[in-house]
Every structure is written in structure tokens, then in C-alpha cells.
Design a protein around this ligand. Structure first.
Ligand SMILES: [Zn+2]
Length: 454
């Protein structure tokens, strides 16, 4: 299990590494079963629907596919996601019938169309958050036929396709399975058939209609905007897993299927890495601004991120780090050339000597000390001692470092930077608090509710 999830992460990082524009969408391919079915899951076609794109993000990073295949695009309209806009350039989900080549989203729409039409793709889910609750008969102003929340949407009952053409049947079953796991009885899902071909000129322009008119079974899935993000993601995952089972795709997940479990999965394992991991910045509970971050000039295009919804864009003489539609921090860089001659630091942590790879996070209970390396200078950010320029060879406790220089708000994580002449050789993070290495590797954060709703 662990191994598989590790693989997913590598794939994901490779995707981010190749992307020249940090706001290009990612395509993650899970599973290795060429003869098996392939489900394409898309999130974030509209930027203000975090339930859908976070559910797709969790699918990308917290599932192992053991039979069949899943392709995930969790951040289709990434510029709109980070800007919390339905669509910076209009509604992307109305651009699939015809689109002017001058449209700023023309390339994105063409790229996702070609993925939908890829011969390996057997079925498409497009994840949304919709207003209120779709109900076939008028009940109240928020529960009626004009609303979209809590529905599985089809354009027509069936299409001709090698497999999964029985759209209504599959959607009905997904509705039933989601309704077996409701958090409140009134949250129930319904099937919504837009009968697009019979003259719905709006729905004719959508991604799903494009898919079905090209022989690809496709479904829209809506969670209600009445819920917070983890609850929306929970319902999305319920529907999603029903489609996986119906398609014969087998999977394992590394979180508990509940709103709390989704919330924890979304927050887990957020970090950015630079220069082949010589600098790794932990984004857990990160301060709103990190200053004097030693980066190379190409950091804005050469970084890797641990999750596809985590990215970094140029902003205000520095970089702004986003996770989905949340601004996590601002990085104010100090630019350096990198020196690649050092791969590890020798540290003594709580009395025990060890070799520590550059770019890692080291748990410290009480004190650490960096051994001197000929030709290198160590700078522990926030630590100063009179007359000491190279901060190796002295034991350093949390109380010796000024709180304001921590990477995180809690004041547990500090930067140990190494220089050779005027070049930067890499960074290690020390995390005070005596956590075990396993706990640090996972570092799920409890608490602060609004990372995902801000
Ligand atoms: Zn939508």
C-alpha cells in the first residue's frame, strides 16, 4: 500500500515538474491495466467549486488503483481556481461546441477534448458543486427542478458505446449508492436528465455533451454548495466510488471515508520542493509570509509540488503559494546560484549523531547540532550568537531561535541553510516537538477549519 501511494506521488511530482506554466492543468494516470477500463475524472472546470476539485485532488493523491485505470484532471481551470472565480474568461463549460481560436482558454479546451477522445478513455465524470438541491418537483426555493446540487446528470438515457452506454441505469445506481450513505436524510441525490438533444441550447455547449456526441459515456456529478468543502468532497467520493465499482475498477484509499477523513486527507502532505529537493518547504500551518527564501532564478518554473492542486505563481516581487483556492503563503526569495557538492549534513539530534540528507525534515525533541564541514557555512535562520558566523558545532534548542523565524505558525519548524562561498548548498528543516519520523512523514494537521474554505 505505502509503496503504491509513493508511486502516485512521484507521478504527480513529475507532472508538475514538466509543466512550464504552473497553472497548466495536470493529468495523472493511476493504475496499470492496459486491457482494463479507464475512467477519466475532471475537477475544477469552474473555479469556485472546491468540493469537486478537492475530491478529484484526493482521488489523484490518496487512491491506489489495483484493477482498471483512472485518469484524473483535478485542476482543469487552474487560473480560475486560484482566483476563486467561476470563470476568469467566461464559463469554460460552455466552450465545448464551438470556440474562437482567440479565446484565452482555447488551448486548454482543445487539450482536454483530446484527452476525452483518447481511445483508452471509456467514461468521463465531470465534478461540480451546484446551488441548492435538485428536486424533480418544486418543494422550496432551494429544492426544486431549477437547482443542481446533489444530482447525477445525464444528457440522455443512453448512447451507443462499446461499454457503459447505459447512462440512466448507471446514474440511477450511483444515486442509490450515495443515498445509502447520507449524512442527513434530506441530502439525497437525484438523477437529472437534461434531455440536451431535445433542445437545451445551453447544455449543448458542455463538456459532457461533447463527450457523449463523440461516443464517450459521460456524467455530471454535483454536490450541494449548501455544504462545506469536506462534506461536498465526501458526497463526490461516494458517487465516484459507485462509478468505479460499476466500471469494474478496483481501488484502495488511504483515508477514512467521512467528511473528517476527507478533510485530513486534503490537508496532508503539502510541500514544495526546489532544485531536485535541495530545498523542501513544508506548507503545513505555514506562515503567511516566508522571507529570504534562497531560490534560484528559475524557481518559478522548476519547482515540484506534492499535490496537483498545490502551486506557486509569480506575484508582487515574489511568489504566492496556492492550494486549490486557498492562498497558503507568500515567498519572498533571495536569489542564489546553487552549489551541488553537498548531499547530506551530519547532525547530532538529541545526543545521537546521524547523516541527514539535504532537503529533509528532521524531528528534534530537545536540541540539535550541525557538524562542521570544511568549506561550508551553516546559517540557522533566527539563531544568532555573538561572534559566531558559521553556526555549526553548537547545540541549538528551540529557545535559542527567535519564534518569528519559524516556517510554521506554531513555531516548531526552522530552516538550517548551508552555503559555500556565495552559493547556496541546500536546506534542512528541523521540527521541534519530539514527533516520531512516521508522524512527521504523514503530518496530518488537526484544527484550523478554514484552510479549505478561505
Ligand atoms: Zn459547475
Amino acid at each position: 500500500m505505502k509503496y503504491l501511494f509513493g508511486l502516485l506521488l512521484v507521478l504527480c511530482m513529475a507532472t508538475s515538474a514538466q509543466a512550464r506554466n504552473p497553472l497548466d492543468f495536470s493529468l495523472l494516470k493511476l493504475g496499470n491495466d492496459p486491457a482494463g477500463p479507464t475512467l477519466l475524472v475532471i475537477g475544477g472546470i469552474q473555479g469556485d467549486e472546491p468540493g469537486g476539485f478537492n475530491a478529484a485532488g484526493v482521488l489523484a493523491s490518496h487512491y491506489a488503483i489495483t484493477k482498471g485505470n483512472v485518469w484524473v484532471v483535478p485542476n482543469l481551470n487552474f487560473p480560475s481556481i486560484i482566483n476563486r472565480s467561476r470563470g476568469l474568461h467566461g464559463d469554460m463549460n460552455r466552450k465545448f461546441a464551438r470556440l474562437d481560436k482567440a479565446d484565452p482558454e482555447y488551448d486548454t479546451v482543445e487539450k482536454i477534448k483530446s484527452i476525452i477522445l483518447h481511445p483508452q478513455v471509456d467514461m468521463v465524470l465531470n465534478l461540480h458543486d451546484g446551488s441548492g438541491f435538485y428536486r424533480p418537483k418544486w418543494e422550496t426555493s432551494s429544492r426544486n427542478p431549477l437547482r443542481w446540487g446533489q444530482s447525477v446528470i445525464i444528457d440522455q438515457s443512453a448512447i451507443t458505446a462499446p461499454r457503459f452506454g447505459n447512462l440512466a441505469e448507471m446514474a440511477e445506481r450511483a444515486v442509490d449508492e450515495a443515498n445509502n450513505a447520507l449524512l442527513r436524510s434530506e441530502d439525497g441525490y437525484r438523477l437529472k436528465n437534461t434531455h440536451t438533444r431535445e433542445g437545451d441550447s445551453e447544455m449543448e455547449k458542455t463538456l459532457t455533451y461533447f463527450a457523449i456526441t463523440h461516443g464517450k459515456p459521460a456524467f455530471g456529478v454535483e454536490a450541494s454548495k449548501d455544504f462545506n468543502t469536506p462534506v461536498r468532497a465526501y458526497y463526490h467520493v461516494r458517487v465516484l466510488e459507485s462509478f468505479l465499482r460499476q466500471a469494474g475498477i478496483a481501488f484502495e484509499r488511504d483515508f477514512t471515508l467521512s467528511p473528517e477523513g476527507l478533510d485530513a486527507a486534503m490537508r496532508r502532505n503539502l510541500h514544495l520542493a526546489f532544485h531536485n529537493g535541495k530545498v523542501q518547504l513544508d506548507m503545513d500551518d505555514v506562515r503567511s509570509t516566508l522571507r529570504y527564501v534562497p531560490l534560484s532564478r528559475d524557481a518559478g518554473t522548476e519547482f515540484t509540488s506534492s499535490k496537483p492542486l498545490l502551486t506557486m505563481v509569480d506575484e508582487d516581487n515574489g511568489f504566492r503559494v496556492y492550494y486549490g483556492n486557498n492562498r497558503l503563503t507568500r515567498l519572498v526569495p533571495q536569489y542564489f546560484d546553487y552549489d551541488d557538492s553537498l548531499n547530506a549534513l551530519r547532525l547530532t539530534v538529541d545526543g545521537e549523531a546521524r547523516s541527514t540528507p539535504i532537503g529533509s525534515v528532521v524531528p528534534v525533541r530537545d536540541a540539535f547540532e550541525v557538524a562542521a564541514e570544511e568549506g561550508y557555512r551553516v546559517n540557522v535562520i533566527g539563531f544568532t550568537r555573538q561572534g559566531l558566523e558559521n553556526e555549526c558545532g553548537v547545540p541549538i534548542r528551540r529557545a535559542d531561535i527567535r519564534d518569528a523565524y519559524s516556517v510554521d505558525n506554531a513555531g516548531d519548524v526552522y530552516r538550517v541553510e548551508v552555503y559555500r562561498g556565495n552559493k547556496f548548498s541546500g536546506m534542512v528543516l528541523v521540527r521541534f516537538g519530539g514527533q516520531t519520523p512516521a508522524a512527521v512523514a504523514q503530518h496530518a494537521v488537526a484544527g484550523d477549519e478554514d484552510t479549505l474554505g478561505r
